[in-house]
Design a protein around this ligand. Structure first.
Ligand code: SF4
Length: 195
């Protein structure tokens, strides 16, 4: 790449500017920066976590100030990604906040919409899990196939329930889930990441 003397001076100026912003931040002089200022004496916490977007299970370090996320970076000590993150993980902060505000759409409780209803009701996890378990049992009992129709072959299955897994499930979770679903007699078991 050809760089003229003028380009070189421009680049040098930009680099020096970046350096001074960095030095100003390091010295706690946030007034020198036009970006959103965080007083450095305030506590910026770093927490290790896992990316939730796919089964890769990459490790991340999330820096938080007050109740907001100010940075997400790959965890260099994590054995899977060793500091790298894909572009999807750059949006991890949006699980918590949108445009710097707490994400108003984030669900923290199960929501239930009755058949034919047009409103969502909040449920506790106990209520939701008990409801789901009762529906699985009733559907399974009502649609149990012990033997292949027209034969004496034992099959012990139900075709009335299907499971669609998500890409955020890791290998171990998929293994346990598949075991449980097979034990329930399901044959329609699919995973969203393959579709
Ligand atoms: S979405 Fe990207 S960063 Fe997140 S676990 Fe998957 S590969 Fe890793």
């Amino acid at each position: 790449m050809d760089i003229s003397r003028r380009d070189f001076l421009k680049l040098s100026g930009a680099s020096a500017g970046s350096f001074f912003v960095y030095k100003a931040l390091a010295a706690g002089d946030v007034s020198a920066c036009s970006a959103k200022a965080f007083p450095l004496e305030a506590k910026v916490a770093e927490t290790t976590t896992m990316c939730a977007y796919c089964a890769g299970g990459c490790g991340a370090i999330v820096s938080t100030y007050a109740d907001g996320i100010i940075k997400v970076e790959g965890d260099p000590d994590h054995p899977i990604n060793r500091g790298s993150l894909c572009s999807k993980a750059q949006a991890l902060a949006q699980l918590h906040q949108v445009d710097g505000e707490i994400n108003p759409w984030r669900l923290t409780k199960p929501l239930y919409r009755r058949a034919g209803g047009d409103e969502w009701e909040e449920k506790t996890w106990d209520e939701a899990i008990n409801d789901i378990a009762a529906k699985i049992k009733a559907t399974r009992d009502a649609n149990w196939i012990s033997t292949e129709p027209g034969t004496a072959y034992t099959v012990n299955r139900t075709e009335a329930i299907a499971s669609l897994g998500g890409a955020a499930l890791d290998n171990e979770e998929c293994y346990v889930l598949a075991k449980m679903l097979r034990a329930l007699g399901l044959v329609y078991i699919e995973h969203q990441a393959r579709i």
